[in-house]
Design a protein around this ligand. Sequence first.
Ligand SMILES: Cc1cc2nc3c(=O)[nH]c(=O)nc-3n(C[C@H](O)[C@H](O)[C@H](O)COP(=O)(O)OP(=O)(O)OC[C@H]3O[C@@H](n4cnc5c(N)ncnc54)[C@H](O)[C@@H]3O)c2cc1C
Length: 506
Amino acid sequence: MAVRPDSTYAFTAAPDKPQHSRHRDVVVLGGGIAASFLAALLAQQGVDVLVIDHGTHPKFAVGESMVPYLTACWNGLAHRYGIPDLSPARLFDDLAARVGVKENFGFVYHRRGKPSIPAEMRQHTNPARREMHLFRQDVDAYLAYGAIRHGAEFRFNTNVSSVDPRPDGVSITLDRGETLHCQYVVDGTGFRSLLADRFGLRDAVPRLETQSATCFTHMIDVEPFDAIHPDGWHGMAGRFAHGTLHHLFREGWLWVIPFNNTEASRNPVVSVGLQLNLRRQKLTAAPGPADVVDLVNALPDVAKQFAHAKVIRPWVSARRLQYSSSSSVGCRYCLLPHAYGFVDPLYSRGLCCTFDGIKALAPVLLAALRTGDFSEEPFQSFDALNAKLLSHHDLLVHGSYLSFQDAALWTHWYQFWNLSTVAGERPLVRAATTGLRTGDFSDFERCDHKGAMAAYDEHMRSACQVMEAAEAGTLPMTVAVETVAALSQDSWSRFRESGVSLETPA
Ligand SMILES: Cc1cc2nc3c(=O)[nH]c(=O)nc-3n(C[C@H](O)[C@H](O)[C@H](O)COP(=O)(O)OP(=O)(O)OC[C@H]3O[C@@H](n4cnc5c(N)ncnc54)[C@H](O)[C@@H]3O)c2cc1C
């Protein structure tokens, strides 16, 4: 039989090496995008790694819209650690019939009962690059199979009943009674994090300003937004259907992420998700399909886009989407970013945090495996990065929800996000390009998605206070708009004076 006795699903167990007595280097809990990519990376570096997932592929997951930071970070890691077959470009080629293209980030502001106004639309394009809409069930499976190819072992349909890290090693007991042993355990189980639960790490009340609810699903027969009026009506450079579209309105926003927007695609699916601002709209329960239908019907241009849409899978909803943890590291364990915390899908930064986290974790974990020092101390930089990225994303998103009360306010707050895409993104994109060309990834390893944005934290916080005052009616909206405009313009001026290049590397 051609199946290796130690392959993930051996037809028969290796007689001379019972699997339960083997001490592995690393066990990764959860077999999603992060766990599989990390497992491939570690296995390629010679680490004995086992991934345990309670389900099996293919499975539904969200986190579908990429941004240039993610592409560059993921690509840099794939090349830095010798797994180029798992780079985004290879995935785009191999899954061309299943994934969509993202050429722009589109934002359209709406008022109830009124048509949208082209002057209030924004399109953020990056002509030098092309991102994907990740059809996650296929992408996650592709990465898991790639990890197996690189030597990682997987156990699917396997439930963990306890995880016990001790100073001399970690014991993991499966619900079938089997106990596994390893040097270090990484938690990639996301929102329902096993280790956050095991160690009581979850904050009872998330330490995040953003308060939003969500309801999302997959649909077919969603019209391209560009097609709802005569050709050229919106005057934007690109087609909204070629990107991730955000319909913004006073109470929140709705994402539209098509997988059917390339010639190569044979996938008719469009991802759709509603977010409602709980600070503006009190909800006693998670929003449901009726809330989405009400909202869509209240916004005439959105109603046109969804006139023939059909839902093809169960809705998923949550009353409050945010969660956070007191720490992402402990002796012999860590939580990957999505197990540690999450803010909101706005600006598609979740996977950036995830890959930034893997970028920070990999060298520290590989060093620990060499030295045997699995104490918390060397992993503190990973923990600090997770905390920093979560709070930065929170500030960007909280300010955005505040700004949605008025189209002009949003236009000026948008300039902070715009700045973050330059100050946070360009240095990493540049460093990844250098790494690929020269093999020197030292700058790449130093970059993170907050980048130089710390210099503007104070202005962003002041802008939030101003918008809160406008919302409370203690400051006229005209004054709030002028103040937020001045703060964002001043941030941009200071950034330009700082001499950071705005050029996008080829
Ligand atoms: C509504 C929403 C929209 C989002 N949109 C975007 C976006 O557009 N762009 C973006 O970049 N990010 C987005 N994100 C964030 C993105 O989903 C995450 O960054 C990403 O999925 C993290 O990957 P992961 O592998 O760490 O976790 P997950 O994708 O959550 O995978 C967790 C894995 O763990 C397994 N698992 C769970 N519990 C157990 C258990 N007890 N035992 C064993 N296995 C277990 C699951 O089966 C799964 O395979 C979004 C998040 C949400 C909630």
